[in-house]
Write a protein that binds this ligand. Structure first.
Ligand code: SF4
Length: 232
């Protein structure tokens, strides 16, 4: 495990869009127009699957949480279908099981947004709020959606820990925190300090990463064990 201590470089920018759904201070409008490619993709899926959520996925959990988990983007048949981050596809199975194990959630995860699962002192969001084709957002889309990540961070008064799932989430969070990228490189298990907030890196809990053993459940659990130990 590596540790780095860096100073925050610049104050976070403010959100510029006017959200109408979810948390109106931090969540984009259901018809956010900022990324034309993702808007086209969203429209095509709405036409094909009119009963799916098919919109920017709001954060899950209270804004007074101490822990924020940042993922990449909604999965097509996961959060994009159900409307709750990491809900309905494989990545959610490992994430929610781990949050339950370490006391960051209570209830039962049943892969649907009305399963009654509650987060405890934890919130979950994504670096990019709309589902991208092939799970691959473009740099411009990551940049545009960062305003909502920044707004999420700046409206969490008790925020002390961020777990970034994968390099894209890490890089966008580093920028959102105003850290120098060179001083906070991504590495599984790394910890970076940004003022009184700690950023913990993990490989993304995707099916591909777990099937290829890039990320094992034990490796994932070790990240949250450290967060739990630090938060108390
Ligand atoms: S990815 Fe973010 S910025 Fe782009 S359209 Fe969706 S909500 Fe708007």
């Amino acid at each position: 495990m590596t540790n780095s201590t860096t100073k925050r470089r610049a104050p976070a920018r403010r959100v510029t869009a006017a959200p109408e759904t979810g948390d109106r201070h931090t969540d984009p409008d259901r018809n956010c127009p900022l990324c034309p490619r993702l808007v086209d993709f969203r429209q095509s899926i709405r036409a094909r699957e009119p009963n799916w959520f098919n919109a920017p996925v709001p954060s899950f959990g209270d804004n007074d949480a101490a822990l924020l988990v940042v993922g990449l983007a909604p999965g097509l048949q996961g959060a994009n279908r159900t409307g709750r981050p990491f809900t309905g596809d494989y990545a959610g199975d490992l994430l929610y099981a781990t949050l339950l194990d370490f006391g960051f959630a209570r209830g039962n995860y049943e892969a649907r947004p009305d399963d009654g699962l509650t987060l405890i002192d934890c919130r979950i969001s994504n670096a990019v709020r709309c589902v991208p084709p092939q799970n691959k957002p473009l740099p411009a889309e990551i940049h545009l959606c960062r305003q909502f990540l920044i707004a999420t961070l700046t409206t969490m008064p008790r925020l002390r820990a961020i777990v970034a799932l994968g390099r894209v989430a890490h890089d966008s969070t580093v920028k959102a925190l105003g850290l120098r990228a060179a001083a906070a490189p991504f590495s599984h298990g790394a910890i970076h300090q940004a003022g009184n907030i700690r950023l913990y890196d993990s490989y993304h809990c995707s099916r591909y990463n777990t099937n290829t053993r890039v990320l094992t459940p034990a490796m994932f659990q070790s990240v949250f064990a450290r967060v739990r130990a630090d938060l108390g």
